[in-house]
Design a protein around this ligand. Structure first.
Ligand code: PEP
Length: 244
């Protein structure tokens, strides 16, 4: 269960969140828990979550180790401060910051090279779903990006299926819609990496997950977890999703 805080919270608000949140999920051993915070708040989050079961992640990384790349943050930098996870290829990065399947692949490879666990996002836009193109879009994102990982690399990634039309809109995909997309993705994984890897891969659903719809989504056999934006910002709300 991963939270994506996007560009929300100051360092002080980050610390205050964890003071409340950590005790609320201390008995939850059924899943990994991650919070992906803005870069500047990672030290506060890592310090506040120390010794707990909640791992901390970034929301992006650059693929170079170091160099003249003003404004960028590298995998070794994230690893050095104790970051565990990193979101790669979120639809907001694709939409506003020129992220492509090729750069998703480079970032994913860099994350793995530096010991970070990537949560790689894929998903169709509304017009793509409405024109019946969900599966071709997912296939293109898969083939153009993470299908170039080695089997050893692929075994370490988590995939997040996030239909773009459901992110931050309150329009959640029905559990059946999400399940169908996850099943399709698992088929792509099986064809490329084998049935064993397809069964082992963790595929999260993301898109307006809330305390009141998480149970229905998680009841689907294909859905292994959730990537949660808005509802991860409040301790009680994200804790009730984690403890679904
Ligand atoms: C997200 O940011 O990945 C997301 C799914 O957002 P929300 O839960 O707010 O739709």
């Amino acid at each position: 269960m991963a939270g994506n805080w996007k560009m929300y919270k100051t360092a002080g608000e980050t610390t205050a969140f964890f003071e409340k949140f950590i005790p609320m999920v201390s008995a939850s051993t059924h899943c990994d828990i991650a919070i992906c915070a803005p870069f500047v708040n990672l030290p506060a989050a890592i310090s506040a979550a120390k010794g707990s079961r909640t791992g901390i992640g970034a929301q992006n990384l650059y693929w170079g180790k170091e160099g003249a790349f003003t404004g960028e943050v590298s995998g070794p930098m994230l690893k050095a401060i104790g970051c565990e996870w990193v979101i790669v290829g979120h639809s907001e990065r694709r939409q506003y910051f020129g992220e492509t399947d090729a750069t998703v692949l480079k970032r994913t490879q860099a994350a793995l090279e530096h010991g970070l666990k990537p949560i790689v996002c894929v998903g169709e836009r509304l017009e793509e779903r409405e024109s019946g193109n969900t599966e071709p879009v997912l296939r293109e994102q898969f083939d153009g990006g993470i299908a170039h990982l080695t089997p050893e690399q692929f075994a370490q990634i988590v995939i997040a299926y996030e239909p773009v039309w459901a992110i931050g809109t309150g329009k959640v995909a029905t559990p059946e819609m999400a399940c169908d997309a996850h099943r399709f993705l698992r088929g792509l994984i099986a064809a490329k990496y084998g049935a064993g890897q397809a069964a082992a891969s963790r595929i999260l659903y993301g898109g307006s997950v809330k305390p009141d719809n998480v149970k229905g989504l998680m009841a689907q056999v294909e859905i292994d977890g959730a990537l949660v934006g808005g509802a991860s910002l409040e301790p009680a709300s994200f804790a009730s999703i984690v403890n679904f």
